[in-house]
Design a protein around this ligand. Structure first.
Ligand code: ADP
Ligand code: MG
Length: 258
């Protein structure tokens, strides 16, 4: 039995959702009004299995970030429903949503978004400080060790390389033990070697620790680290590939760009 009883119980009343970490049903998101209206997501339905590692791909403007933001409760939706496990995010009020986001969702941005005045350790611990939650020392030590940050904890972001900053951002997103980790182009600002090390870490945390991960990437090589690649075009899912390899993904993306 999971320790996350609330989720398990609620999910069990809904059958299939017991094994689903996050999902969207007929999700649409429209920005702006009248003639400046943009339909960023058009009736998207998708499930993310617990413990899975999914890459979200598609041309610039296809709706990747919007999908992640809606799934993570960072943006309101226009219609449809969004669930985190058995919890309907789109039905929560602001206070409930803030809490769910804080306790159950990790988010990593391409631009790291670390606080410049805090050292690495305090950046990692920030979500717990904000929540007034005590740190789980073993979990913190494990994250720091597996991300290779042990000798960098006293450094401020400006004193860290891009790869180190992004690893701090990952540790910060995982320190609360989120049900799901969303990462929006986490390797976009990294050189390829540093990026591969990060992708290796994500794949390992999914395969060995059961961490559910949804990652946006432009890079077919990065998508090949995932168990699944979902490809968007104009706010709709056009492909959903199990065990994607870089060539297959590249072929589809090239076809769509043509
Ligand atoms: P991607 O991440 O795939 O590049 P986005 O999800 O950022 O795409 O954007 C999808 C579409 O929605 C684009 O046409 C974009 O211009 C539009 N869009 C995104 N955010 C906003 C916003 N805050 N206001 C207006 N339009 C937006
Ligand atoms: Mg984007």
């Amino acid at each position: 039995m999971s320790t996350k009883t609330a989720t398990t119980t609620r999910a069990d009343t809904d059958g299939a959702t017991a094994t689903v970490a996050a999902s969207a049903f007929n999700l649409s998101k429209v920005y702006g009004q009248d003639r400046t209206q943009v339909r960023a997501l058009d009736q998207v339905s998708i499930n993310f299995a617990k413990g899975s590692f999914t890459a979200i791909m598609g041309a610039s403007g296809s709706g990747k970030s919007t999908l992640m933001h809606c799934l993570a409760g960072l943006d309101t939706i226009t219609s449809g429903k969004v669930f985190l496990g058995g919890i309907e995010l789109s039905a929560l009020n602001d206070r409930q949503l803030t809490r769910v986001r804080r306790d159950r969702i990790g988010f990593v941005f391409q631009s790291f978004n670390l606080l410049p005045t805090l050292n690495a350790k305090d950046n990692i611990l920030l979500p717990l400080d904000l929540a007034g939650t005590k740190v789980d020392r073993d979990h913190f030590d494990g994250l720091v060790a597996s991300l290779g940050l042990g000798d960098r904890l006293a450094h401020r972001p400006a004193e860290l390389s891009g790869g180190q900053q992004q690893r701090v951002a990952i540790a910060r997103a995982l320190v609360t033990r989120p049900d799901i980790l969303f990462a929006d182009e986490p390797t976009g600002a990294l050189d390829s070697k540093t990026g591969q090390a990060l992708l290796d870490y994500l794949r390992t945390s999914s395969h060995e620790a059961g961490q559910t991960i949804v990652m946006v990437t432009h890079d077919p090589l990065a998508a090949a680290y995932a168990d699944r690649a979902v490809i968007l075009a104009d706010g709709r899912i056009t492909h959903d590939l199990p065990d994607p390899d870089a060539d297959a993904v590249l072929g589809i993306i090239r076809g769509q760009a043509a």
